[in-house]
Design a protein around this ligand. Structure first.
Ligand code: HMG
Ligand code: MG
Length: 304
């Protein structure tokens, strides 16, 4: 009972690059996004309109977005270019540049809400409310991220009920899609199954859910498989396994898009991604960053 097709939500240019020590030049970021689109990715998270002091790596959002915006307008590519917006100020900046997909990002734990957004969980939800309603009024789709769905570096294991409550709030607010984040990569497949089952029992439909695994403990693919078996068809991944989170110690890179595509190809699941082109893109980016990609698939396929 696996899906026939999976939509990959590519986060390398945002979740990946936000965590780089060095700031990648804007034209390199733009070329990265273009190469990802050429490799067949159709949802490419481009950047974040957050406070530039909080995430200096993405402080060039105003310069970057216009360099890639045409990808979303070209009829033959038709790429979705979602951007992160934490508040109305972020939404204003994104709408002014013509963004058509935005994402707010909540936390299931108080500790991370404070570290990431300088708010309590409920204050953050209150901050998102006008963002979601204004976006929807403009026909802009809204993804709701939910971080620390499994474990939190300060609070330990996160009770499923706590996650369900914030998911419900994000959906009731009007988010079109929820992305369940394992920010520090501690989830295991049984935990994934329990959370998805609990969400179904509280009327959160699986069709609205995406999964967002970080690979800290090497569980990201196993967790993805558990989610696919449960009916999830949208999976977040980052080209070359770039990434982490500057506000959560022990967060490493996301599930590598190449590792995901390799597994899905083997399962006969359609993604539309050209693995050779994607590996070439990640190898190119690794050269720009001055270190090899941590993705096993990138390493295997680039040393043939
Ligand atoms: P704050 O310090 O509480 O901000 O930060 P504030 O609301 O008090 O405003 C202070 C000043 O910042 C004001 O300027 C605002 O205008 C300005 P002043 O009046 O003092 O001159 N400001 C802004 N400027 C530009 N763009 C904005 C903006 N907002 C306020 N959007 C804030 C609150 C939310 C702004 C801050 O905490 C922030 O930017 N946080 C972003 C953190 C972030 O980007 N984290 C990484 C993404 S989340 C993630 O990676 C997890 C995920 O991958 C899923 C997973 O793995 O779990 C999604
Ligand atoms: Mg993340």
């Amino acid at each position: 009972n696996l899906p026939a097709r999976v939509r990959i939500h590519e986060v390398g240019a945002r979740d990946g690059l936000q965590n780089e020590k060095t700031t990648v030049p804007t034209p390199v970021k733009a070329e990265f996004v273009r190469r990802l689109a050429s490799a067949g990715l159709t949802t490419i998270e481009a950047t974040s309109f957050v406070h530039p002091k909080w995430v200096p790596q993405l402080a060039d959002a105003e310069q970057l977005f216009p360099l890639v915006r045409d990808l979303s307008e070209l009829s033959d590519l038709g790429v979705a270019l979602p951007v992160l917006v934490p508040n109305e100020r972020g939404l204003d900046r994104a709408l002014a540049l013509g963004a058509r997909q935005v994402a707010v990002f909540a936390s299931a734990t108080e500790s991370f809400a404070k570290a990431n957004l300088n708010r309590t969980v409920d204050e953050a939800l209150a901050m998102f409310e006008p963002v979601v309603s204004r976006a929807r009024a403009e026909n802009v789709s809204v993804r709701g991220y939910l971080s620390m769905c499994f474990g939190d570096p300060w609070e330990g294991p996160v009770p499923v009920g706590q996650v369900v409550r914030v998911c419900r709030a994000l959906l009731d607010m009007g988010c079109d899609e929820l992305s369940l984040g394992d920010t520090i990569g501690v989830a295991t497949p049984g935990h994934v199954r329990r959370l998805l089952t609990e969400l179904n029992e509280t009327d959160v439909p699986t069709s609205t859910l995406a999964v967002h695994f970080h690979d800290t403990y090497g569980q990201a693919l196993a967790n993805t498989y558990a989610a696919l078996e449960h009916g999830v068809t949208t999976v977040d991944a980052s080209a070359g396994g770039l990434g982490g989170c500057p506000f959560a110690r022990s967060a490493t890179g996301n599930l590598a898009t190449e590792d995901l595509v390799w597994m899905l190809q083997g399962l006969g699941i359609e993604t539309g991604v050209d693995l050779t082109g994607l590996v070439a893109t990640s190898t190119w980016m690794a050269d720009r960053l001055g270190r090899p990609s941590p993705s096993r698939t990138v390493r295997a396929l680039s040393h043939k």
